[in-house]
Write a protein that binds this ligand. Structure first.
Ligand code: MD3
Ligand code: FE
Length: 217
C-alpha cells in the first residue's frame, strides 16, 4: 500500500513519486496557467483541434493538435509522427519557448536534467471524451521521459502495468498538475476515464492535456 502517494519532498510543491520513474508535481502550473493557455491558444489558432481516426476506423473522442518539429497523427494507415499537419498541409506551429521551458523545469525537478522535448501533443477533452488503455511507443527515444500538463476540468487517469491485462490504479489529475513519466514506467499502459461534465474558469467545459516528448531521430 506504500507504493502510491509517497511524498518525497513536501516543500517542493507537493511532489509525489508514483513509481520508479514517475513523479507527480501537484499544482506546478497553477501560477503559469494563463500564460500556458495563451500559448496553447496561439498553437490552436494555427493548427485547430481535430478528431483523428484510428487505423481501425473509429473517430477518437479526444480532439488533438500539435506543435514542435513533428506532430502525432493517426489515420486508416496507422499512427505516426510527421512534420506536416495534414489539415493545413503546412509544418506544425513551433513549440512556444515558455511552454518548452516549463516542461524542462518540471523534468529537471524529477531528475531528468537533459530532457529536450522536440514535439508536443495537445489533447482536448469535452465531457464524455476518453482515452482507452494504450502504450506510448511511437517515440524512438524511450529513455527520455514524457512530461504531461493537465489544465481545466479534473480527469481520472488510469495507470496499468507493463501488460494490457492486470491491475490498474486510478488517480485524479487536476488543473495545474504536471506528471513526469519515465524510466521503467515509460511503457506502462495508461488511459483516461470519460470526462465528467463541469465548468472551469480557464477552459470552460473541457480538460486540456499537453504532453512533451523527445523523439530522438
Ligand atoms: C504513462 N494522454 O497523449 S497524459 C497521450 O491525459 C496520453 O491526455 C493522457 O496518454 C491524457 O498519449 C495521459 C499522461 C501520460 C503520458 C504518457 C505516458 C502518461 C503516461 C507514458 C507512459 C506511462
Ligand atoms: Fe499515452
Amino acid at each position: 500500500m506504500q507504493d502510491l502517494f509517497d511524498i518525497e519532498d513536501p516543500a517542493d510543491g507537493w511532489r509525489e513519486q508514483l513509481g520508479p520513474g514517475t513523479h507527480w508535481l501537484h499544482g506546478f502550473l497553477v501560477a503559469e496557467a494563463d500564460s500556458v493557455m495563451a500559448d496553447i491558444a496561439s498553437v490552436v489558432a494555427q493548427a485547430p483541434y481535430r478528431h483523428l481516426v484510428t487505423p481501425g476506423g473509429k473517430t477518437m473522442s479526444v480532439a488533438m493538435s500539435n506543435c514542435g518539429e513533428k506532430g502525432w497523427v493517426s489515420d486508416h494507415t496507422g499512427y505516426r509522427y510527421q512534420t506536416i499537419d495534414p489539415l493545413s498541409s503546412k509544418p506544425w506551429p513551433a513549440m512556444p519557448p515558455k511552454l518548452r521551458l516549463l516542461a524542462q523545469e518540471a523534468a529537471q525537478r524529477c531528475g531528468y536534467a537533459d530532457f529536450a522535448p522536440t514535439v508536443c501533443l495537445i489533447n482536448h477533452y469535452q465531457p464524455g471524451a476518453r482515452m482507452g488503455l494504450h502504450q506510448d511507443r511511437d517515440e524512438k527515444n524511450l529513455s527520455a521521459p514524457i512530461v504531461s500538463f493537465s489544465l481545466g476540468l479534473p480527469a481520472t487517469f488510469i495507470w496499468g502495468g507493463q501488460q494490457r491485462v492486470g491491475k490498474t490504479q486510478r488517480i485524479m489529475l487536476r488543473h495545474g498538475d504536471v506528471v513526469v513519466w519515465g524510466g521503467e514506467d515509460r511503457l506502462r499502459f495508461h488511459g483516461v476515464a470519460p470526462l465528467k461534465d463541469g465548468e472551469h474558469a480557464l477552459t470552460g467545459r473541457a480538460r486540456i492535456n499537453v504532453t512533451f516528448r523527445q523523439l530522438g531521430c
